[in-house]
Design a protein around this ligand. Structure first.
Ligand SMILES: Nc1ncnc2c1ncn2[C@@H]1O[C@H](COP(=O)(O)OP(=O)(O)O)[C@@H](O)[C@H]1O
Ligand SMILES: [Mg+2]
Length: 408
């Protein structure tokens, strides 16, 4: 993570409120912070009229009281933010029982953060710190620049519970861990995991992370997203890769705009070697841009007839979006057989693909990994499942290099 200590950099803060008590309370939050200079404007945006812009855009941070039900004030803020220049952070404090819908409405007009009035001084200071850090741009990374491979690998499933999140999470951890061999030092690869399983996403649970609201921020974005915004939505996992968590609350599947997804992937492809995407179960239009730029699609399945049929349907559907899409079928919860039975050969025929990747059924290992929020490849690397997952990751990188060589 970033080691630059933002608390030692000076910043100017303006507090806008026509309530003395609010101004006083918020400025107290910075009383002991000698790097912050606080100015209080005893007014509301509504009554400031056109004057507000000239007054506030020179500040690093503007903190104000917002009542989402005061239409006149909301309109005045919308108007002000539409004329925004510079990098000022706008932080609204609202009454404590404001609904999520109202908070999202306020964020949609361009307010950077909306917090309940009960947030303590430390909470306010840390949110401001995060916002300012995000504005300074993404963390410098050894993988920045034109050398990033930019390989997009979406992972999906033939049925709920097939194991796609398990595969996505372990693939991300494994790739970030680098390929080690006796002759080679570990080569670090930059990896990001995007949990696009909007409504059922649980990769954060498998990684012991909490949603930071990043996905909602992207969904609510009115304009195109930029590097800084995307970087601010990602969280660093201790195993060395970044994660975009699915939203903590259930939101409609259609809330995501395809152009924002495309925009985001364009940014990430320049910065990461591997972009692993846990796809949603439903076929939605915003999955199209993911498939369009995918190097290979992973479908996690089993060899039962309904799963094989569904895998076939998915292959057909997704190849409509991207004709040349290379598909890797991973058979989960089954050990690789020494001799393929008639039923497996039949399934391979249906899918016109050989089953190369098999992950054994190890419920105890899988369960413990979920309970502890640790990837299997890190927690139980020597288990058969851990080894099989590692092998899958190595095969994926070998396949990538092959695709790359072919393209060069
Ligand atoms: N090879 C395996 N052996 C035993 N349990 C597994 C295996 N793969 C996945 N699981 C477990 O099955 C459940 C569903 O897996 P998950 O990856 O969340 O599925 P999906 O994302 O496809 O719905 C999880 O509890 C997971 O730990
Ligand atoms: Mg899943």
């Amino acid at each position: 993570m970033d080691n630059r200590d933002i608390s030692h950099q000076s910043r100017s803060i303006m507090i806008v409120s026509n309530r003395d008590a609010f101004g006083q309370e918020v400025s107290n939050a910075f009383a002991t912070d000698e790097n912050s200079t606080v100015t209080t404007e005893n007014d509301s945006f509504k009554s400031m009229n056109g004057r507000a812009g000239r007054l506030v855009f020179d500040f690093d941070v503007v903190i104000f009281e917002a009542d989402p039900d005061d239409d006149g004030e909301v309109e005045a803020i919308r108007d002000l933010l539409s004329k925004r220049t510079g990098d000022t952070v706008f932080l609204a404090l609202t009454h404590n029982d404001v609904s999520i819908v109202k908070v999202r409405e306020l964020r949609k007009i361009g307010i950077d953060e909306v917090l309940p009035m009960s947030t303590d001084s430390e909470g306010i200071r840390s949110v401001i710190g995060e916002q300012i850090r995000a504005r300074r741009g993404p963390e410098p990374s050894v993988h920045d620049g034109p050398l990033a491979l930019g390989q997009v690998i979406p992972v999906t499933q033939s049925r709920g519970g097939a194991g796609s999140t398990t595969v996505a999470v372990n693939l991300a951890s494994s790739l970030a861990d680098g390929g080690k061999s006796i002759f080679q030092k570990a080569s670090k690869r930059s990896v990001v995991l995007l949990d696009f399983d909007l409504q059922f996403g649980n990769s954060n649970v498998l990684l012991d992370l909490e949603d930071n609201g990043g996905f909602l921020q992207i969904i609510d974005s009115v304009k195109a997203v930029d590097d800084r915004m995307v970087a601010s939505t990602l969280q660093r996992h201790p195993l060395g890769f970044d994660v975009l968590c699915a939203p903590a609350q259930v939101i409609p599947l259609q809330s995501v705009r395809p152009d924002l997804v495309e925009n985001m992937l364009d940014i990430l492809k320049k910065r990461y070697d591997y972009i692993i995407v846990d796809l949603p179960r439903a076929a939605v239009d915003w999955v199209e841009p993911v498939l369009k730029c995918a190097a290979q699609l992973v479908i996690v399945s089993d060899t039962s007839v309904p799963s094989v049929r569904q895998t076939r349907r998915l292959m057909e559907l997704y190849r409509e979006e991207s004709v040349a899409l290379s598909v890797t079928v991973v058979i989960n919860r089954e050990r690789k057989p020494f001799i393929k039975s008639e039923h497996i050969r039949e399934a391979e025929k249906v899918l016109e693909a050989k089953f190369i990747h098999w992950l054994p059924d190890q419920p105890k290992v899988a369960r413990k990994a979920v309970d502890l929020g640790r990837p299997i490849i890190e927690m139980k690397p020597r288990s058969d499942l851990g080894k099989a997952l590692k092998l899958l990751a190595s095969a994926m990188t070998a396949a990538e290099q092959h695709v790359q060589r072919k393209n060069n």
